[in-house]
Design a protein around this ligand. Structure first.
Ligand SMILES: *Cc1c(COP(=O)(O)O)cnc(C)c1O
Length: 389
């Protein structure tokens, strides 16, 4: 009964290791063939026209905002229950951020709150340029409704699908961008597949793909058609925009490509674990995650909410008791508007009441393909003890 059970963990096979070694022995550690191969694999898997690999989802969100023209004076809206990167990307562009409160059942951005906020914003002439819904835990947002609001109010949509690769919305892969301009994935080791660090931006718009390719590599082009004048020789390239070095290496892409072969297996393992949690949690003073019938979640996270009136303990006491028992529970997330950096912009408690209530009760239980039934039993026993009156 020893050892910490983490909340998330990568799953690395011998084939993954060999794939990285093969790149190490090859001619290119970066800017070689593995990156386009990984991009092609994701584009095909998701059914999207273009995939642009970068060194993190944070970078992908940044260049997605830039490609959509986000600039100083613009407004970008997202959900408060997300990792800070979903909001920071707009600040990098000099834009202002605001938050739309969450749905009390899915914990995703509430479409009702979004519609209300848009109606108000239209009256005050402060409509957002971009809205960034986040598929929390892997569960897709109500994308058809958000897309319809985008048509009505003229905003663009970036799906932050950092939790959601391998999932589906209305029977189609998340990442096909049917209801968005760009979809972003993360390959951090706790996410569903990993490249150590890495991200990908999916789009069906060739112009957006081109712009993101330019921005990930210094704003430099070698495409004659994009240059302001004919090349001065075969060495020639032009910087035509201010970009960054956001490139993914071939080592990372080879790992990602190898992981793609087990993506569906990873997600079905997560579903088996979630189903078992659902059963084992019955009778405990907690709310298990609710799954909307429109979605097939990637199940990056399994978040329970404590029924605090039935436990006689505080949220913090339950959380600390689990940690003390070696259960590496976590909390996804502190509402972004309650971070000191955001409070410095004027955000206050009460701005998103449903999100703040969620934060007061939520705990992420361990969830990853390598979690055994014995480990899961230990999680449940510890939770029983931690919540007992
Ligand atoms: C992990 C995560 C990110 C950032 O991903 P990185 O690849 O670590 O930059 C962004 N948004 C959400 C919702 C995430 O969970």
């Amino acid at each position: 009964m020893t050892g910490l059970i983490p909340y998330g963990r990568q799953d690395i096979s011998e084939a993954d290791i060999q794939a990285v070694i093969d790149v190490l022995r090859s001619d290119y550690l970066t800017q070689g063939p593995a990156v386009p191969a990984f991009e092609k694999s994701l584009a095909e898997y998701c059914g999207a026209q273009h995939a642009v690999a970068v060194n993190s989802a944070t970078s992908a969100l940044h260049i997605a905002c830039l490609a959509l023209g986000v600039e100083p004076g613009d407004l970008v809206w997202t959900t408060p229950i997300t990792f800070v990167a979903s909001a920071n990307c707009a600040l990098y562009c000099g834009a202002h951020v605001d938050f739309v409160d969450i749905d009390p059942r899915t914990y995703n951005m509430s479409v009702a709150r979004l519609a209300e906020k848009l109606a108000q914003a239209e009256r005050s002439g402060k409509l957002p340029k971009v809205v960034i819904p986040v598929h929390l835990c892997g569960q897709p947002c109500d994308m058809a409704a958000i897309h319809a609001l985008g048509q009505r109010y003229g905003f663009k949509i970036i799906e932050d699908a950092s939790h959601a690769i391998g999932g589906q919305y209305r029977g189609e892969p998340i990442g096909n961008c049917r209801y968005s301009d760009i979809t972003v994935f993360s390959f951090h080791p706790v996410k569903i597949i990993t490249t150590a660090e890495g991200g990908m931006a999916m789009t069906n718009d060739a112009q957006l793909a081109k712009r993101m390719q330019l921005l990930r590599s210094h704003g430099i082009t070698r495409d004659v058609n994009e240059m302001t004048h004919a090349p001065e020789g075969s060495w020639y390239y032009q910087q035509i925009d201010l970009g960054y070095n956001y490139r993914m290496t071939d080592l990372q892409a080879a790992l990602g490509l190898s992981q793609m072969q087990r993506l569906d297996e990873f997600v079905s393992k997560r579903h088996a674990i979630a189903k078992r949690y659902d059963q084992l949690l019955a009778g405990l003073p907690v709310t298990a995650p609710w799954q909307h019938p429109d979605g097939y979640s990637g199940l990056h996270l399994y978040v329970i909410r404590l029924k605090l009136d039935q436990t006689g303990k505080t949220h913090r006491q339950v959380f600390e008791a689990l940690r003390a028992a070696g259960i590496g529970v976590n909390l996804h997330y502190i509402p972004v508007h309650r971070q000191p950096y955001y409070e410095g912009m004027g955000f206050k408690a009460g701005h998103c009441p449903a999100a703040e209530q969620y934060y007061a009760e939520a705990i992420s239980l361990p969830m990853y393909p390598g979690l055994t039934e014995a480990m899961q039993d230990r999680v449940i026993e510890s939770l029983q003890l931690a919540t007992a009156r």
